[in-house]
Design a protein around this ligand. Structure first.
Ligand code: COA
Length: 250
């Protein structure tokens, strides 16, 4: 991989977007590397994924403006489809994905963070959807995921104004789960990843699916799906062992 640095430590995989000279903007090469990495992550035994950006300045400054400046609708559609494939697959991955937002997360960079399950940030992180300043609307899921995470009024404010918000404001909107000092953001994210990796991967995967499906379904359907998913958990050896250990400790 040229643009994605992949580090594995125990069952935790850290992906660093490595295009610092362009503030980790995601051109087609970056997105294609994500696609082949996801082919592995969907099958391997990793338990938690962390995504961050290289360098002190940016998580990702978004889709590649230089590339977009010279394309028409047909190529734009392909670029959007590619972005959607990556972000949908991250969202549907049956393991937690945490964004460690270490600076600018703009446009596609913000959308990438939105597709993750948890977002941690450093105080200097700046998030936003500045697409309208470039004559386009968000194209990698921003309108839909922002709406679902922070609600329509706040989503429209960010999208219509294109303004960048600091981590503190993003936290107050529920866009960021927690803020850590810049120097400890990655260590804290890894510690959190390690802690959740001790829990049942099966139960976490199924919980992720239930919460994701719950955002787009009615309460009754979501609750029914939870009942059946809960029952399925009782078919695993992992559940048996974890409960047996709890009883044995007593
Ligand atoms: N696509 C392609 N290149 C980008 C980029 C993007 N989204 N964002 C930044 N870059 C490049 C710059 O062109 C520059 O390259 P160069 O050194 O070869 O000229 C390099 O990254 C550094 O960016 P620069 O603008 O000089 O840094 P800055 O600190 O002055 O400003 C930002 C930082 C993030 C405010 C500014 O780069 C920016 O607004 N970027 C675009 C963000 C955006 O609109 N994203 C949504 C795209 S739909």
């Amino acid at each position: 991989m040229t643009y994605l640095k992949v580090e594995r430590e125990e069952e935790i995989v850290q992906i660093t977007i490595n295009r610092q000279d362009k503030l980790n903007a995601m051109n087609l090469d970056v997105m294609n590397e994500f696609i082949s990495l996801l082919d592995d992550l969907e099958k391997d035994s990793s338990k938690v994924i962390i995504i961050t950006g290289d360098g002190p300045k940016a998580f990702s400054a978004g889709a590649d403006i230089e590339y977009m400046s010279s394309i028409g609708p047909a190529e734009a559609e392909k670029y959007a489809l590619c972005g959607h494939e990556v972000l949908n697959r991250i969202e549907k991955l049956e393991k937690p994905v945490i964004a460690a937002v270490n600076g600018y997360a703009l446009g596609g960079g913000c959308e990438l963070a939105l597709s993750c399950d948890i977002r941690f940030a450093s105080p200097n992180a700046q998030l936003g959807q500045p697409e309208v300043t470039l004559g386009i609307c968000p194209g990698w899921g921003g309108t839909q995921r922002l709406l679902r995470i922070i609600g329509p009024a706040r989503a429209k404010d960010l999208i219509f104004s294109g303004r960048k918000i600091l981590a503190e404001e993003a936290f107050s909107m529920g866009l960021i789960n927690k803020i850590f000092p810049s120097e400890s953001l990655l260590a804290e994210t890894r510690a959190y990843a390690k802690a959740i990796s001790k829990n049942s991967s099966f139960a976490i995967g199924i919980s992720k699916m239930l919460v994701n499906r719950g955002t787009d379904t009615n309460l009754d359907t979501g609750l029914k799906l939870e009942i059946y998913s809960w029952a399925v958990c009782f078919s695993t050896k992992d559940r048996e062992e974890r409960m047996r250990k709890f009883i044995a400790k007593k």
